[in-house]
Design a protein around this ligand. Sequence first.
Ligand SMILES: O=C(NCCc1nnc(-c2ccc3[nH]cnc3c2)[nH]1)c1cc(-c2ccc(F)cc2)cc(O)c1O
Ligand SMILES: [Mg+2]
Length: 214
Amino acid sequence: TRSTRPQRLLKAVRKHAARGDPQSVISAIDHFCRHSEWAMNIGDEKGSILDSVVSELNPEKVLELGTYCGYSTVRIARLLPPGARLITLEFNAGYAAIARQVIAWAGLEDRVQLVEGASEDWIPRMKEHFGIETFDFVFLDHWKDRYLPDTKLMEDCGLLRKGTVLLADNVICPGVPDYLQYVRNSLSYKSCYFKSHLEYTKAEDGLEKSVFLG
Ligand SMILES: O=C(NCCc1nnc(-c2ccc3[nH]cnc3c2)[nH]1)c1cc(-c2ccc(F)cc2)cc(O)c1O
Ligand SMILES: [Mg+2]
């Protein structure tokens, strides 16, 4: 049967990127998405904003919601010190299978743990299953109607501490109005918007950075 877009994206990584070289994996995926087939990776423009937030924070414990093909997983993990840990949740088994291979091609599997399943099932199990106390950084890039309930769930599970940074993709396109209203009006968050564009297009999109105040 016909291959899937993530399978074709992985093929492009294997063809054009060097094993163990995360930057070449990032460039290969961006080239594929610009010149062959659009795919819902954060992309190079918003990806640079992600890089600057991660580099400034230097997080030890990172949670990513929504792995897809592992593009942002590679962007984040390549900036982490070897002792740091990134747990990434993916709901779709097909996406997870591709992401594992992209992460391995980049040579970053030692600091990434990809977990398959629903965020609402795994967030309550982070402490007992992964020995995580709290996260330093959370990247939200999964189903847009899950951003708000999962943020409240992370609060309730005590996974956020004073200073934890949440960075949310797609706050304009496809848009997460309920999440934006919450983090911008809650006294528990200091929030700011980074205006950008939907990956590989001229449409507006942006990232919302929200610091949990405890
Ligand atoms: O849907 C998106 N991303 C979500 C994928 C995902 N990958 N994994 C999950 C997951 C993971 C654990 C989960 N637990 C419960 N639900 C879960 C869903 N969700 C998305 C869509 C667009 C987009 C924009 C304009 C268009 F015209 C069409 C599309 C752009 C983006 O940057 C996105 O991130
Ligand atoms: Mg996204």
